[in-house]
Design a protein around this ligand. Structure first.
Ligand code: BEZ
Length: 221
């Protein structure tokens, strides 16, 4: 089964992009990375998604995350379509998008990374890429993957939110609860003892009483 699992080192692939040839690890340098694929250039949902991604580029940059898009179209198509995306965003059509787009026209990466959507095919019946999101850490390992079908556009606010959680939990021994956003309380990891938790979290550990009597639901600011 092709694909990539959490914790795997992301392949250091070479690819043609709208900013020239890249080697993925060199492109990332010491940053975090987000690679997001889309089914096809010159399609409506993809245009709204890449438009939103471009408008949020400053937010990704603030978090030290390098962005890169991918589809199975050519560099020439990507460059032509970029004009539509810029225009959709109210920017000059000739502007350069704030991230490169990989031209995976032979579907080599799409196959290697398990990105093809068998339900969406081009006019020759060949599968298109799904809407994958891969977040890669500075250690080049896969930290998160989310897979959407072609017919469901992504929520880029959610992608930023999970990056905030990934970056926090890479630094502190906490987990983020449902619907967490930066500034909200976190959860103390279940494998941390009461004594250790007290030492680790000087702002306090607040257990919630539960019918089981077990003190596993512990908040910390
Ligand atoms: C779209 O971007 O609108 C789209 C692309 C492929 C299949 C379905 C929707």
């Amino acid at each position: 089964m092709p694909g990539i699992l959490l914790g795997d080192v992301f392949p250091n692939f070479e690819a043609n992009t709208t900013l020239g040839k890249i080697k993925f690890h060199d492109y990332l340098e010491d940053s975090w990375g987000v690679l997001f694929s889309h089914p096809k250039d010159f399609t409506p949902v993809c245009t709204t998604e890449l438009g939103r991604a471009a408008r949020l580029a400053g937010e990704f940059q603030k978090r030290n995350v390098k962005m890169i898009a991918l589809s199975i179209d050519s560099v020439e198509d990507h460059l032509g379509w970029s004009k539509d995306i810029n225009f959709y965003n109210g920017e000059p059509a000739s502007a350069t998008l704030p991230f490169p787009i990989i031209a995976d026209d032979k579907r080599e990466l799409a196959i290697q990374l398990g990105m093809l959507d068998p339900d969406e095919r081009d006019k020759d019946g060949i599968p298109l890429t799904a809407r994958c999101v891969f977040v890669v850490g500075p250690d080049k390992r896969l930290k998160l993957s989310i897979l959407y079908p072609a017919t469901t556009g992504r929520n880029f606010d959610e992608i930023l939110r999970v990056i905030d959680s990934l970056q926090l939990t890479a630094q502190k021994r906490v987990a983020t609860p449902v619907d967490w956003k930066p500034g909200d309380r976190c959860m103390v990891l279940p494998n941390i003892s009461e004594e250790e938790a007290k030492a680790l979290f000087p702002d306090g550990v607040f257990p919630k009483d539960l019918p089981s009597g077990k003190k596993y639901l512990r908040y910390t600011p």
